[in-house]
Design a protein around this ligand. Structure first.
Ligand code: ATP
Ligand code: MG
Length: 219
């Protein structure tokens, strides 16, 4: 049986005596779309970073594609992340000196499997055809966020983690970015974990979970 893209078991994050969250357990199945909601400061971004092995936790376990991240050194985590995870940050994090096509192609370049046709098809699918040679500073917020989404999905990761990807956008643009995110993650057969404050975005999910200091529960 193929392992679930993501399994979190009894996860806790503390800074000294200060507990951000504890007892967080959840499993995300292949192709599933799970939304995570919760109050500001409860630790949603921290949790997403732990899921990607970008942050360290105080107790519990994170498994990506069945692989326990805990004992892995940072370079091994990076390799696992590169192959299996896409990450959409709230603040885009596109590389300013690479053009649109180069930004989207980056994960494939890092994996040694360049595929210009795939990059082109993905840009076309989200209405970015013709903008390949633009630099990020020459794009709108909604266009930038679509570049970030395509970059996160271009290598068809088993798991896409998205941290409030529509947080900085007007409602109309936010809806179009969510359309792109849902359609493209489905097309890549990627499981999607979306952190959001938007009820409209959460309503599209297969399941909505609420993070509190005491753990994770159905919303
Ligand atoms: N170095 C640190 N020391 C102590 N506490 C910290 C540190 N870094 C972050 N925190 C705390 O961790 C908590 C979780 O922050 P996080 O950014 O994950 O929240 P969030 O749920 O994503 O909030 P938002 O909805 O506003 O994005 C916050 O309460 C923050 O104050
Ligand atoms: Mg956050």
């Amino acid at each position: 049986m193929t392992p679930a893209p993501l399994q979190v078991e009894g996860l806790a994050k503390r800074y000294g005596d200060n507990t951000v969250f504890e007892n967080v357990s959840m499993t995300v199945s292949a192709g599933e779309f799970v939304a995570i909601v919760g109050d500001s400061g409860v630790g949603k971004s921290t949790l997403l970073n732990c899921m990607a092995g970008l942050d360290h936790w105080s107790a519990g376990q994170v498994r990506l594609q069945g692989q326990d991240l805990g004992p892995l050194p940072d370079d091994a985590r990076a390799l696992l992340r590169r192959r299996h995870v896409g990450f959409v940050f709230q603040a885009f994090h596109v590389l300013p000196h690479l053009d649109v096509a180069q930004n989207v192609a980056l994960p494939l370049m890092l994996l040694g499997t360049p595929d210009p046709g795939r990059v082109q098809a993905m840009l076309e699918a989200v209405g970015l055809a013709g903008l390949e040679a633009r630099l990020p500073q020459q794009l709108s917020g909604g266009q930038l966020q679509r570049v970030a989404i395509e970059r996160a999905l271009v290598h068809r990761p088993g798991l896409l983690l998205a941290d409030e990807p529509t947080g900085n956008l007007d409602p109309g643009t936010a809806q179009r970015v969510m359309d792109a995110l849902c359609a493209q993650s489905r097309a890549a057969a990627s499981a999607l974990v979306l952190v959001t404050h938007s009820e409209a975005a959460a309503a599209r999910a297969d399941r909505v979970l609420r993070l509190t200091a005491a753990g994770m529960a159905p919303a």
